[in-house]
Design a protein around this ligand. Structure first.
Ligand code: SF4
Ligand code: SF4
Length: 147
């Protein structure tokens, strides 16, 4: 019996399956800060201005690279950079040969479990319009939360 598509190699996925693999958490759309000395990158709970925090979906998805120059467009051609993604990201997990979490909508069969697990950012993020960039350092999120 064939494996479900989310257990297959990323390169074997159709475009439709690739898009369906996204859990819709919105974590990749959080602003990041980089330490000038160590070059360490950390996530904040400040969301990109184009993230719809209710649906956790990008409001400009087809044209995201034009609207946001630092948007990391996740596709098959930049897998080498997936280590920048949150540790819970389905693309990073599958790229690293790891299984999806049980709360992933493809396994759970609903979108409630990902919210109950606190993975969706819509419940706790702030828009970048609400917080001046100089204060983002106060919003760094913890590695224990899967970043
Ligand atoms: S972090 Fe990964 S799974 Fe979550 S919204 Fe971004 S691309 Fe999708
Ligand atoms: S432009 Fe869209 S996909 Fe890119 S970071 Fe912003 S909300 Fe996310």
């Amino acid at each position: 019996m064939n494996k479900p598509f989310w257990q297959q190699d990323l390169d074997q996925l159709t475009d439709q399956e690739w898009e369906a693999l996204c859990d819709g958490c919105g974590r990749c759309c959080l602003q990041k800060l980089q330490d000038e000395d160590s070059e360490e990158v950390v996530f904040t709970s400040i969301a990109c201005e184009f993230l719809d925090t209710t649906s956790c979906r990008c409001k400009v998805y087809p044209q995201r690279a034009e609207h946001k120059t630092n948007c990391f467009v996740i596709d098959r051609h930049n897998k080498a950079h997936f280590s920048w993604l949150p540790k819970t990201c389905a693309y990073r997990l599958r790229h690293e040969g790891k299984p999806l979490y049980d709360w992933h909508p493809l396994l759970a069969g609903n979108t409630q479990e990902i919210q109950a697990a606190g993975i969706s950012v819509g419940q706790w993020c702030r828009s970048e319009h609400e917080v001046p960039e100089a204060q983002w350092v106060e919003y760094i999120v913890d590695e224990q939360d899967g970043f």
